[in-house]
Design a protein around this ligand. Structure first.
Ligand SMILES: NC(=O)c1ccc[n+]([C@@H]2O[C@H](COP(=O)([O-])OP(=O)(O)OC[C@H]3O[C@@H](n4cnc5c(N)ncnc54)[C@H](O)[C@@H]3O)[C@@H](O)[C@H]2O)c1
Ligand SMILES: [Zn+2]
Length: 375
């Protein structure tokens, strides 16, 4: 269960996640990035802390984070990786491990993953596997990472056979979320992250969905900032779901809403053509179509989903044949006995899982998306 403690004061967690063996403090407030040293317990003796980030985030935040840690008594070592999905490889993990051996890190050395989901995933995996686990601090700087990747303990890298196929569950020592850092996100990254926020609305929070309906355009074009409360609601939902099902065998699958076909589109685009959230928007509409065809929810509810996703879908999607996309469904990790488990909505705020979705339903949903995306 996640629980609200109190204020956003840096030393008091705003939320606490619980898993079988661990209590995970989550600090969430604007400006926290300059107080990050107060979230980690200050070192009794001068001690090293490792900050790993990517080149873009380093430019924006590297110095501020290092300075905040130094003020709290840490001696900071900084590693800067290239930006983007290409860092999620075993080569990056080996490189980090080599460096950490050279620097004589031990099992008390905190590792701070400062960046989006790519940094969080690969650095988290390196931390999880170095000497069987170093304390990992997730400091997410994209929407995707703040509402999703940094919470829940999934860390990993890609394999030539597919995305995120090598990894493990490794809960962080803590998570520090500063929504003010999102101000510098490029518009495409913002849209991608907003698709995940809409996802939380559909699976569990109708109020959040209605807020997205009203503000999605202003959030995308930067006329209004995404409110901290939206980030917090998503974080809270994720903590609650992970507490109920850390290893993805039951309720956690709801988080996969829009992702079954989303992943297939992503793979079809060689993980380059689209941002993750853009394909999740397509996947949510496809799942919404199936739910409407099955009579699980009304055409009006489906129309609301389509209306929001209109702002989040890829700007240009080449026409496709259904088979070109569905052929990639076989690679999804979340399969049981050869069947993909589909998450379909029953209303805005409630979903269920289904293992009996037929090829015909998939083709029909893809045919709908093929037309809708060009409307
Ligand atoms: N572990 C999980 O549970 C989980 C969940 C969702 C996604 N993921 C993974 O996360 C990755 C995607 O993460 P992402 O969408 O955050 O992408 P990303 O980490 O690649 O970041 C996107 C871009 O934004 C830049 N950036 C980051 N923060 C910025 C800021 N504040 N201002 C300006 N630019 C900034 C980055 O340098 C990068 O160029 C994928 O690899 C995906 O598999 C993991
Ligand atoms: Zn996602």
């Amino acid at each position: 269960m996640s629980e609200r403690t109190h204020s956003a004061h840096p030393v008091t967690p705003s939320l606490v996640g619980r898993t079988a063996g661990k209590r995970i403090p989550v600090y969430l407030a604007k400006g926290l990035i300059d107080h990050i040293g107060r979230a980690l317990n200050p070192p009794a003796l001068p001690r090293a802390v490792e900050v790993v980030t990517d080149e873009h985030v380093h430019q924006l935040l590297g110095r501020r984070v290092s300075a905040a840690l130094r003020r709290a008594g840490w001696s900071v070592n900084l590693t800067i990786l290239p930006a983007g999905e290409r860092i999620k490889t075993s080569a990056t993990v080996s490189r980090l491990h080599e460096r950490w051996f050279d620097l004589r890190y031990d099992r008390q050395t905190p590792i701070i993953a400062l960046g989006g989901g790519t940094v969080g995933d690969v650095v988290g995996f390196a931390a999880a596997t170095f000497m069987r686990g170093l304390p990992l601090w997730q400091v997410p700087t994209t929407i995707v990472a703040q509402v999703d990747a940094a919470i829940g303990g999934k860390v990993g890298i890609n394999h030539k056979r597919g995305k995120n196929l090598i990894g493990c569950f490794y809960q962080p020592a803590g998570v520090v979320i500063d929504p003010s850092v999102l101000a510098t996100l490029p518009v495409r990254e913002r849209r991608s992250g907003l698709a995940e926020i809409v996802k939380y609305g559909v699976i569990s929070d109708e109020r959040l969905f209605r807020t997205c309906e009203r503000h999605v355009e202003a959030w995308i074009d930067g006329r209004a900032p995404i409110p901290d409360s939206a980030i917090e609601r998503c974080t809270r939902i994720k903590l609650r779901i992970v507490a109920a099902d850390e290893t993805d065998h039951g309720p956690r699958r709801a988080l996969n809403f829009g992702h079954t076909l989303g992943h297939a589109f992503e793979r079809w685009g060689n993980y380059q053509r689209f941002r993750h959230g853009e394909t999740v928007a397509l996947g949510m509409v496809a799942a919404g179509w199936m739910a409407a065809e099955r009579g699980l929810w009304t055409k009006e509810q489906f129309a609301c989903l389509c209306q929001v996703c209109r702002h989040l879908r890829p700007v240009r999607l080449p026409a496709f044949r259904s088979k070109e996309i569905s052929i990639h469904l076989g690679f999804d990790k979340k399969r049981t006995s050869g069947h993909n488990v589909w998450i379909l909505p029953r209303s805005i705020g409630r979903v269920d899982s289904f293992a009996d979705v037929t090829d015909r339903e998939i083709s029909s949903a893809l045919a709908f998306v093929n037309v809708w995306v060009r409307e």
